[in-house]
Design a protein around this ligand. Structure first.
Ligand code: NAD
Length: 480
């Protein structure tokens, strides 16, 4: 059985506890590898290695840092097949999805920030003929990066790469539920010649490793992606220590379909936005609001299109949905489906677990589920389910749908479908959401600011926003 190792000071290392956690293949429900059960002692070693490496990495010429990051990007591309298979087995997502989205995007993160850093500059503010202000941006030190299980390597690299690109060193913790590709990345970093200690990866539980990172006095900056509750715990520890934090948290995204939309496009895109990656993407549109006059027509077409979302063995390319990431999360989703019925919901498709024949018979699969007849403010429509479950709700007017859409404590992303340009601008501006997609979904330009409002998070990632977050600014004023 594969034993995953920590990556500290440029070498692979067993956890000091000598203990390991079982790692499951969600498609079979069986243990297939072991994860280090690290604790604060491993974090301490990682912080020491990162502090030592910071002395040289922070003054390493940008061009050299860029070269190493681009080398890692090309090694990820070279190992695409193996990494995609590892991601699929670890997470339960379809192999074709890992091959076409997760791993290419991880390589792209290295490429994007590895080239972006060559173009990053700071501002100058001349005061006519009396003085010149200029802004110095310097790396901060050891950055803590904590990531979730839904897009494991994709989101891990999304925060680690800008942190090291600007000259910080990093202690990173991938999710204990999907640690495999971060482990494989350690080997790639060694091959690419990333100096020891620049990236340190400590595996293990959030309440041990994540908590030890959050409270560590020598980690002054933390970038976290995960659940809102965990974000709150991190903020509670980090705030009185005056740490810089970026929190990318949960969502309960609205998808608004106006009667004047291109219906075929709205249906196709909505199905994708509902069920891609088993609905385990923070950006999925799980509350679909449909203008009353097209409600029945949209519903009929949406159900029909959902029939094409075949669930089953993630390694078979014709299956569109794979397994739910863990038994605990599978139980949570089924619990919410049950709750929706108690709240008066009517299941118009799916609504239960699915048991494939063959090797995946004991895996954790759930049918794409469509529910209607629920009020906008019930728990099913307010709480994040994070699975292949969507609700359909009719609306009569713009004001009404804006009230529904903005009613949750979250504000990460929203979708809207209309062919009326004025309406698109008007509604997009009024949505309480960090991201609005009009007539599309998950169309990502990595230069744009990414993040949420309300309890979906604090701060923005992406483009130069990430470089700004991972640097300290200093204004220097020179009087002539
Ligand atoms: P989670 O909060 O349970 O875990 C995320 C990470 O935090 C894991 O590495 C975990 O080990 C660690 N952690 C747990 N407890 C900790 C603690 N006390 N201190 C420090 N670290 C701790 O989230 P998850 O279940 O892995 O991921 C799903 C959630 O992530 C969903 O809510 C989803 O919406 C959200 N998410 C948000 C975005 C975004 O960009 N906003 C992207 C993906 C996922």
């Amino acid at each position: 059985m594969i034993k995953i190792q920590n990556f500290i000071g440029g070498v692979l290392a067993a956890p000091l506890s000598g203990e390991y956690i079982d790692n499951y293949d969600p498609s079979t429900g069986s243990v297939y590898s072991l994860i280090p059960d690290s604790d604060e002692r491993d974090v301490e070693l990682a912080v020491s290695a990162a502090k030592e490496a910071f002395k040289t990495w922070s003054v390493t010429p940008v061009a050299h840092r860029s070269k190493i990051l681009l080398k890692i990007a090309s090694l990820i591309e070279k190992n695409l097949e193996a990494l995609a298979l590892a991601e699929s087995v670890d997470n339960g997502k379809p192999l074709w999805l890992a091959k076409s989205i997760d791993i290419p995007r991880a390589a792209e993160n290295f490429h994007f920030y590895g080239t972006g850093i060559l173009h990053f500059a700071s501002e100058a503010h001349p005061m006519e003929d009396s003085a010149l202000n200029y802004t110095l941006r310097t790396p901060i030190g050891v950055a803590g990066c904590i990531s979730p299980w839904n897009l494991p390597l994709y989101l891990f690299t999304w925060k680690v790469v800008p942190a090291i690109a600007v000259g910080n060193t990093v202690v990173a913790k991938p999710s204990e539920i999907t640690p495999m590709t971060a482990y494989l990345l350690s080997e790639i970093c060694m091959e690419a010649g990333l100096p020891p200690g620049v990236l340190n990866i400590v595996h293990g539980y959030g309440h041990k490793v994540g908590a030890a990172m959050t409270v560590h006095p020598d980690i002054p900056i933390i970038s976290f992606t995960g659940g809102t509750k965990t974000g709150e715990t991190i903020a509670r520890t980090a705030a009185p220590m005056f740490k810089k934090i970026s929190l990318e948290l949960g969502g309960k995204n609205a998808n608004i379909v106006f009667a004047d939309c291109d219906l075929e496009k709205a249906v196709r895109t909505s199905v994708r936005a509902s069920f891609t990656n088993q609905g385990e993407i923070c950006l999925c549109g799980s509350r679909i609001f449909i203008e009353q006059s097209i409600y029945e027509l949209f519903k009929e077409k949406f159900i029909k299109e959902t029939e094409r979302m075949i669930v089953g063995d993630p390694l078979i390319d014709t299956n569109k949905l794979g397994a739910i990431v863990s038994k605990q999360h599978y139980d949570k989703i089924l619990h919410y489906i049950h709750l929706s019925k108690e709240e008066g919901g009517v299941i118009v498709r799916g609504g239960k677990a699915f048991h494939p024949d063959g090797r995946c018979a004991d895996g954790w699969f759930i049918e794409p589920t469509i529910i209607e007849n629920l009020p906008f403010d019930c728990r099913t429509n307010q709480e994040e389910i994070f699975g292949p479950v969507v609700t359909l709700t009719p609306f009569e007017s713009e004001d009404e749908v804006l009230q529904y859409a903005n009613s949750t404590k979250y504000g990460l992303a929203a979708l809207l479908f209309t062919e009326n340009l004025n309406k698109a601008h008007r509604v997009a501006a009024k949505l309480h959401s960090g991201i609005v997609w009009v007539n599309c979904w998950l169309l990502r330009d990595l230069r744009t600011p990414f993040g949420g409002v309300k309890q979906s998070g604090i701060g923005r990632e992406g483009g130069f926003e990430a470089f700004k977050f991972f640097t300290e600014e200093k204004n220097i004023c020179i009087k002539f």
